[in-house]
Design a protein around this ligand. Structure first.
Ligand code: AP5
Ligand code: MG
Length: 223
């Protein structure tokens, strides 16, 4: 099968992480969620983590050059040579242009961008009930996707916590940032003929099925 180079695009809380975990199992290729990468860096206290923390706590975007460096390292490492899934990157037109340039230098191109579309009201509701695992960032919801045992990750048994940036006032700011800086990517990728919109307001299994169907079609087209 030809490589699939995919982007999951969508507002905070649209289900990028939830669907990214599933897609990674289906496709067995590297999955780069920049929010998870940054949170791991904050936890480890690295230079990147120390620089990123204040932006993340406020719900602001971390500067483009930091994120471009993170993704460029991974794409250049060889581990993503047979395809990848990006979640949370690119998030600005500058990042999207840098990704196009990086892939161009490697003689590669994006296969598709999957936009998971969800209304702002639904997002505030989802993020207030989200719980995330300490160890690997597996995602749950107290009502819509609860773990088998309250407060414990089904996959690795680590404790679940509430992200600092899921406080309602920070969620509102993240949404503003999305509409202002990230939503222009919808047009950017539409013009390149890469955009595939998926209605994200269904339950997680139904959204997953729609994405799986879409990806199967892309795999056939890529041959
Ligand atoms: P990041 O971690 O990427 O946050 P985000 O984009 O705001 O997205 P989320 O992780 O909040 O939501 P999601 O779409 O993954 O939804 P999830 O599956 O968890 O980024 C965090 C911060 O890092 C940014 O604010 C920024 O500071 C920085 N950053 C990261 N990348 C950057 C970049 N490229 N440039 C600059 N800065 C960057 O689902 C949410 C909840 O809903 C869960 O509880 C889940 O169980 C539930 N749920 C999921 N699907 C459904 C469904 N269909 N129905 C009901 N509930 C559902
Ligand atoms: Mg996420």
């Amino acid at each position: 099968m030809a490589e699939l180079n995919l982007i999951l695009l969508g507002p905070p809380g649209s289900g990028k992480g939830t669907q990214g975990e599933r897609l990674q199992e289906d496709l067995d290729c590297p999955y780069y969620a920049t929010g998870d990468i940054l949170r791991a860096a904050v936890k480890e206290g690295t230079e990147v983590g120390r620089a990123a923390k204040e932006y993340m706590d406020r719900g602001d975007l971390v500067p483009d050059e930091v994120l471009i460096g993170i993704i460029s390292d991974r794409l250049g490492s060889g581990e993503a040579d047979h395809g990848f899934i990006l979640d949370g990157f690119p998030r600005t037109v500058v990042q999207a242009e840098a990704l196009d340039a990086e892939l161009g230098e490697l003689g590669r191109q994006l296969t598709a961008v999957v936009l998971i579309d969800v209304d702002d009201d639904e997002i505030v509701n989802r993020l207030s009930g989200r719980r995330v695992c300490q160890d690997k960032g597996h995602v749950y919801h107290v009502e819509y996707n609860p773990p088998a045992e309250e407060g414990i990750c089904d996959v690795d048994g680590s404790e679940l916590y509430t992200r600092d940036d899921d406080r309602p006032e920070v969620v509102r700011h993240r949404l503003e940032q999305y509409h202002d800086k990230t939503a222009p990517l919808v047009d950017y990728y539409k013009k390149q003929g890469l955009l595939n919109r998926v209605e994200g307001a269904d339950d997680p299994d139904r959204v997953g099925e729609k994405i799986r169907t879409l990806v199967s079609t892309l795999s056939l087209e890529e041959g």
